[in-house]
Design a protein around this ligand. Structure first.
Ligand code: PHB
Length: 391
């Protein structure tokens, strides 16, 4: 009899522990050290804000984030970090990725690992075509650069030189801007592609001045490189020569505005997010995310990509009830719509990329002396034109 009771108690205890919380791990890869550490810090601030707002549990499942540092572009290292996360850490989801080549490198692992990837930044359109298990909550260079072509032409600028970093998002930005600008009636007089690691832009500035253009369009990855480009544009007298400047918002990321100051005033860019976006959702987000990041002036666009990525991952976990089923997880978020701090968004069911408003902004000095990207026009509900012919 005693034995029976003991067996019963053991069985009961087992059942109880079976029903108790399990842990679902989410692996996050991003630049948490080195020259782009600000972006990794913003990924983490976005994630921490989402968890602070919504809790760390979904049903009985406790969500745990496992971070891996990848400072620069290093596809081989990216792949081995993702492999380690999937095999050793047994993560059920992977998120993050600031640089395109790092995101590209992990796409072959997703199907065999049965793991969805939610991209928080990497902005080359074609990443999405590499695997059906990718969802992206950031933006693409096509999405932000295309509307700018018409804007530049409407400003009366008829000849432009383009300068882009010579890799995926740079080539997308150059192609998108050129297509829209030439369609509007403008002429690209020179297209410069510079190595990703370029830091001295004086020779580029000279070539811009010599090109006979009336304006410049530029994409470089947001960070020390963009800051040095913007400074060089002023120091080499290109701004003073009345050369109009057009760029996606990467070039005047919010976190760089205090350093750019007066030199950036008047700069026109197109982008999906600025911390000054005027909505109730964004005011709450900014208040919470500034607490999470610690230094309020460091809050940047990369935080909102991360915040929304976790919204998507939470929905995936809910839809699969914590089970490892990448196909079902991705299926569950296709067509999903919500109000992001950036405005209304939808996961395009065909491309799995985020459809969103793109804003034209002008760097403006506020009454309190600080600088911000003032939204002056909205291009509503933009999908990714770079994926039009995909699939
Ligand atoms: C990218 O590598 O996809 C990338 C990096 C930085 C940006 C935008 C895109 O600002």
């Amino acid at each position: 009899m005693n034995k029976l009771i003991t067996t019963f108690l053991i069985l009961f205890g087992f059942l109880l522990s079976g029903a108790a919380a399990d842990t679902i791990k989410v692996g996050i890869i991003g630049p948490f050290s080195g020259p782009y550490a600000l972006q990794g810090k913003n990924f983490k601030a976005g994630i921490d804000t989402y968890v602070a707002d919504h809790g760390s549990k979904i049903g009985d499942h406790e969500i745990q984030f496992v971070y891996r540092d990848l400072p620069l572009t290093d596809p081989a290292q990216s792949k081995s970090l993702a492999q380690e996360l999937i095999v050793k850490e047994k993560v059920q989801y992977i998120g993050g990725f600031f640089f395109t080549p790092n995101a590209m490198a992990v796409t072959p692992l997703l199907k065999q690992g049965n793991v969805p990837l939610v991209i928080m930044n990497a902005a080359t359109s074609t990443i999405m075509t590499q695997s059906p298990y990718i969802v992206r909550t950031s933006f693409t260079q096509w999405q932000v650069s295309y509307p700018l072509g018409q804007v530049a032409f409407d400003k009366g600028v008829k000849k432009i030189t383009t300068v882009v970093a010579d890799y995926g998002p740079g080539i997308d930005a150059e192609t998108a801007f050129k297509e829209a600008y030439e369609k509007a009636g403008g002429k690209i007089v020179q297209s410069l592609r510079v190595p990703l690691t370029t830091n001295d832009f004086s020779p580029v500035m000279q070539r811009i001045k010599d090109s006979g253009a009336e304006g410049v369009f530029t994409f470089l990855p947001a960070g020390p490189t963009t800051l040095s480009f913007m400074k060089s544009y002023v120091d080499n007298g290109v701004k003073a020569a009345n050369m109009r400047f057009f760029a996606p918002g990467d070039l005047v990321q919010d976190a760089d505005l205090p350093a750019l100051g007066e030199n950036a005033v008047g700069t026109l860019t197109t982008f999906h997010y600025t911390t000054s976006h005027d909505s109730a959702e964004n005011r709450t987000f900014v208040e919470h995310a500034r607490k999470a990041i610690g230094k309020p002036e460091e809050l940047n666009f990369t935080a909102v990509g991360a915040y929304d990525a976790i919204h998507v991952i939470y929905k995936m976990i809910e839809a699969t009830n914590g089970k490892k089923d990448a196909e079902k997880a991705v299926e569950a978020v296709k067509g999903m719509s919500w109000m992001s701090p950036r405005g209304p968004v939808t996961i395009d069911p065909k491309t799995r990329h985020i459809t969103q408003n793109i804003y034209l902004r002008e760097v403006t000095k506020a009454e309190d002396g600080t600088y911000y990207n003032k939204e002056i026009r909205t291009f509503e509900h933009q999908d990714d034109p770079g994926l039009k012919n995909a699939d």
